[in-house]
Design a protein around this ligand. Structure first.
Ligand code: AVI
Length: 304
């Protein structure tokens, strides 16, 4: 983490991988974001899932193994566990304590389910742990987390995922859709400032875990829609000129210079299907809400 963060802060423009937003506090703040009135993706995706469940169950078939990427609080997967015929569940998340407590709760609530947890950075690729060799595998990647990759990285990620899945495996993936910019921007600039807290928490983490002399008071949260790139960008803007130091390393900030902390790409349905197709996944079914806010795709991995 130290190496990656220093490399990001030493480059121009400065950036930090969004995966570092998710320590225990960051994961809790993200759960709060999901409840915000402005943050439409979570409730919209849940409503689509509920409606689509009979069809998803049919596509997934009997006795499936369900792998959830970025499982977080493992809330949405409960909808699947209650409607699909699932024998085995594997939650994968980078935030260890959060993962352990949420998969423990799942194991207690569904005693018939074989529950596994893997603390892993799935952005580096995915491999199934030993002992899991499913006949039918469905990977669940909700929340439009795929939008936090650049399209090129999303394609590479899907290719690496496909390579470790048996041919014909299902991928159920939530994808946020392009829409009115005002709706998008307010989802990342909520009135209660929870998204700002989530972003600024990264600085607390750099101070506590890496020993940076960095204070959140020196920065402010900024999020906007970049139309050309079709993405929301989240930044931490330096309020003034400042020099941060870590051991012998010093990092200078101009007033207004930012750390780019996250991209959240927004797709059209055909645009995402084309991307998935290039990665060797064919589209079986896509569901979306009446307002066209969010989509859920059921894709199948091919053999190539
Ligand atoms: C996890 N990910 C899909 C969220 C998003 O919308 O890009 C993270 C987030 N960042 C700010 N608000 C939510």
């Amino acid at each position: 983490m130290a190496q990656e963060v220093i490399a990001g802060l030493s480059s121009r423009p400065k950036y930090c991988s969004p995966k570092y937003l998710y320590d225990q506090k960051g994961s809790e703040l993200f759960e709060k974001i999901c409840e915000l009135p402005e943050y439409y993706p979570t409730r919209t995706e849940e409503a689509i899932l509920r409606q689509a469940m009979p069809e998803i169950a049919e596509l997934a078939g009997k006795d499936a193994t369900l792998v959830e990427l970025g499982s977080g609080a493992s809330r949405k997967v409960r909808l699947l566990l209650e409607s699909l015929s699932v024998r085995c569940y594997l939650g994968v998340d980078i935030s260890r304590d959060f993962l352990v407590s949420s998969t423990r709760r799942l194991a207690a609530d569904y005693p018939w389910l074989e529950v596994h947890a893997a603390c892993a950075d799935f952005t580096r690729g995915v491999a199934l742990p030993e002992g899991i060799s499913p006949k039918r595998l469905v990977t669940f990647f909700p929340g439009s987390s795929i939008g936090n990759f650049t399209p090129e990285a999303a394609e590479r990620f899907l290719i690496s995922l496909r390579r470790c899945l048996p041919t014909g495996s299902g991928l159920l993936v939530g994808v946020d859709l392009l829409k009115d910019h005002a709706i998008l921007e307010s989802a990342y600039n909520d009135a209660d400032g929870i998204t700002a807290e989530f972003n600024l928490n990264l600085l607390d983490r750099l101070r506590k875990e890496l020993g940076f002399d960095i204070e959140r008071e020196g920065f402010s949260h900024r999020a906007f829609f970049n139309e050309r790139q079709s993405r929301i960008e989240m930044h931490l803007d330096s309020r003034d000129f400042q020099v941060l130091s870590l051991n012998t390393k010093s990092i200078r900030f101009r007033k207004g210079e930012s750390i780019h902390t996250e991209n959240s790409y927004k797709y059209s349905i055909p645009g995402f299907q084309r991307l998935a197709g290039r990665a060797g996944f064919s589209s079986r079914r896509v569901w979306f809400d009446d307002d066209g806010l969010f989509s859920i795709h059921y894709l199948i991995s091919s053999s190539r």
